[in-house]
Structures are given as structure tokens and as C-alpha cells.
Design a protein around this ligand. Structure first.
Ligand SMILES: Nc1ncnc2c1ncn2[C@@H]1O[C@H](COP(=O)(O)OP(=O)(O)O)[C@@H](O)[C@H]1O
Ligand SMILES: [Mg+2]
Length: 318
């Protein structure tokens, strides 16, 4: 099949750690042709959604990971599948891309993750649907309610709803002399909704990334262990990724959520699990394939491409 990956500028992708590059290499190995396009290359006119796409050939060299093989404007429905792998920020341009992609779907394109699900699903707020798998949390812009949550739970984490990579995440204890300022700053004096969550001490053992493909968890997770003096277990802020076997609880969480996620077209999801608890549901451009593959030899990329092939072969759902 011809596969179109919508990505950030290929010059910016770091092939030695990038999950999208792992997916593209696996696709090529399974005989598919890989095309890439940036967000700016998408357009809609005259009832057609098109991409200015570049066909590429992947190499095994992380320093020089692809060759351009020619460019052409092409309708999205003429690709076997379209993979939205643009990194957040989830801003209005991202939303505009989901509008274009959803229109492409109406015209017959197969797009993953589902553009509608990408748009509807906030990565922080998505725990609401599975609240029994998470710790006490509050989403509001009401600063008094946020302060009362910090008083009640004493040790908390405050997070912006649209952040990623640990950006803007504060651990706040009830006796923190800066707690008022932190709440005011994050909640913009009551103008912006944020999440407050009970602090989970097991973060010291890592923020586990559980990868769920077509509703099923991979057998390995990546525990991202915060560096010394840091609360956040994000690779982007220096956490160390250590592959571990999926625990019974990780499996229980993933299997409880998997069918609902898959049914709405979320083919590839990255759950964040701290200790026994779900804390985030990543859908826009989840990562960690490369780290798991390098440490365990488990071929995450091929599992993903096989799941994609099976989706395409099956009749469309919904
Ligand atoms: N409830 C929590 N208890 C302890 N640490 C948390 C909690 N929520 C988030 N964190 C810390 O913040 C980091 C990032 O949180 P997360 O909700 O995954 O947001 P994002 O990864 O999008 O920035 C986690 O890796 C963890 O270190
Ligand atoms: Mg996270």
C-alpha cells in the first residue's frame, strides 16, 4: 500500500529515537511505500482533500535516514492509509487539520488515529471516562475549588490541559509558600481550566508508558524514571527510559480501556500509568517504540503496521 504519514518537518525528526521513523521503516520492510507530508501541505478544494506529498525511501542509518523519491499532489483517498503523526501542540491549526482529515474520510480516505477522536479527546481529561482507574482529580478554572483540592489532598500535581512533555506541570503541597501563585498562573486567574490530581509517590519508580494497539497492550512498557531532583517522568525533561514487562495491573488498565478506544478509531494509544494508576491517555503522537525495541528486541513497528493492515482489510466501522 501507499501510506501517507503527516509529520513535522523531516529535517527535525530525530531518527535515533523517533517512533514515526520506526513505523515508516517497519512499513517499508513489509512492502509498503512511504510518503510524507507536512501539515502545511494539506488542502481542500473542489470536494477534494489533497496532500503535497513526497515519496521517501527509508535507510537504516539514523544520521541520514531517508531519500526523497519524488513529489506529487495527491488525494488522500488514493492512499491505502493516512497516518496523522504531527506532534502537538494541539492548537487551532491542529484542529483545522482534523477538519480536513475528517472530510478526507468522508471521501473515502482511511485515517488513523481517527481525526474526530483526535479532536474530541483531550489527553489529560480523557481519564474522566475511566476515572475508576485513576486517582482523585479535579478539572476546573475555579481557583477556590483548586485550592480546596490542594488542602484536601495535601500533595498534588497541577497540570495544564493542553501541555505535553512535562511542560507546565507543578507538584504542589498544601504548605507550599508559592501555591497561590502557582494556581493563579496556571489557571490564569480563573480564565483557564486546569487539572489538579493527587500526587502518586510511585512516580519515583517511573511513569510507565503502556502502548495499546488496536485495543491490546504490548508486552513491554517503558518506565520513564525521573532524573535526580525532578518530579517529571518525561523523556523530554531527562527521564531515563527502562523497558519492563507489562504488569498484571498495567494489563488490567489497558484491557479495560482498549475496546472503547479502538472502537472510536484510536488505533494507537500511549497510556501513562504511575504505580497502579492511569494518569494520561496520549493519542496525538505517542512515542517510546524505539526505546522498547532497542532494549527488548520486540518489534513494535511491525505490530503496529500489521494492525493497520488488518484495519484496512476489514470493512469500515462507524
Ligand atoms: N498524579 C501524579 N502523581 C505524581 N506525578 C505526576 C502525576 N501526574 C503527573 N505527574 C508527573 O508529571 C509528569 C507529566 O505528567 P502527564 O500528566 O503525563 O503530562 P504530560 O506528559 O503530557 O506533560 C509525569 O511523568 C509525572 O512525573
Ligand atoms: Mg505524559
Amino acid at each position: 500500500m501507499n501510506l501517507l504519514f503527516i509529520i513535522d518537518s523531516p529535517e527535525e525528526l530525530k531518527a535515533y529515537k523517533d517512533t514515526t521513523v520506526v513505523m515508516m521503516r517497519a512499513a517499508q520492510k513489509r512492502g509498503h511505500t512511504v510518503h510524507v507530508c507536512e501539515q502545511a501541505g494539506l488542502s481542500w478544494t473542489s470536494q477534494r482533500v489533497r496532500a503535497s506529498a513526497t515519496r521517501i525511501a527509508l535507510t537504516d542509518n539514523d544520521e541520514d535516514w531517508y531519500r526523497r523519491d519524488g513529489a506529487a499532489a495527491r488525494e488522500l483517498k488514493d492512499f491505502g492509509a493516512v497516518l496523522m503523526r504531527k506532534d502537538p501542540p494541539f492548537d487551532m491549526e491542529y484542529v483545522a487539520s482534523t477538519w480536513l482529515l475528517e472530510e478526507a474520510e468522508r471521501r473515502g480516505a482511511r485515517v488513523f488515529n481517527s481525526p474526530r477522536a483526535l479532536r474530541d479527546h483531550n489527553e489529560k481529561f480523557a481519564i474522566a471516562e475511566f476515572a475508576h482507574l485513576s486517582v482523585p482529580s479535579l478539572v476546573t478554572r475555579d481557583m477556590e475549588a483548586l485550592q480546596a483540592f490542594v488542602d484536601e489532598h495535601r500533595d498534588t500535581v497541577l497540570k495544564p490541559l493542553l501541555g505535553m512533555g512535562g511542560a507546565g506541570i507543578f507538584r504542589v503541597k498544601s504548605d507550599d509558600p508559592n501555591r497561590n501563585v502557582i494556581v493563579e498562573t496556571l489557571a490564569e486567574h480563573g480564565a483557564r481550566s486546569i487539572m489538579a490530581q493527587r500526587f502518586i509517590p510511585e512516580i519515583a519508580q517511573g511513569d510507565k508508558r503502556v502502548i495499546v494497539i488496536e485495543g491490546k497492550p504490548l508486552p513491554h512498557v517503558l518506565a520513564r524514571i525521573p532524573k535526580k531532583g525532578e518530579t517529571r517522568g518525561n523523556l523530554a525533561v531527562g527521564a531515563k527510559g527502562v523497558a519492563q514487562p507489562l504488569s498484571a495491573r498495567d494489563r488490567e488498565i489497558a484491557e479495560a480501556m482498549g475496546p472503547a478506544l479502538a472502537a472510536r478509531g484510536l488505533l494507537f494509544v500511549g497510556l501513562d500509568v504511575i504505580g497502579e494508576w492511569l494518569t494520561e491517555v496520549n493519542v496525538t503522537s505517542p512515542t517510546c517504540f524505539r526505546e522498547i525495541q532497542d532494549q527488548t528486541g520486540f518489534d513494535c513497528g511491525s505490530v503496529f503496521i500489521e494492525a493497520l493492515e488488518a484495519r484496512i482489510a476489514a470493512p469500515r466501522r462507524g
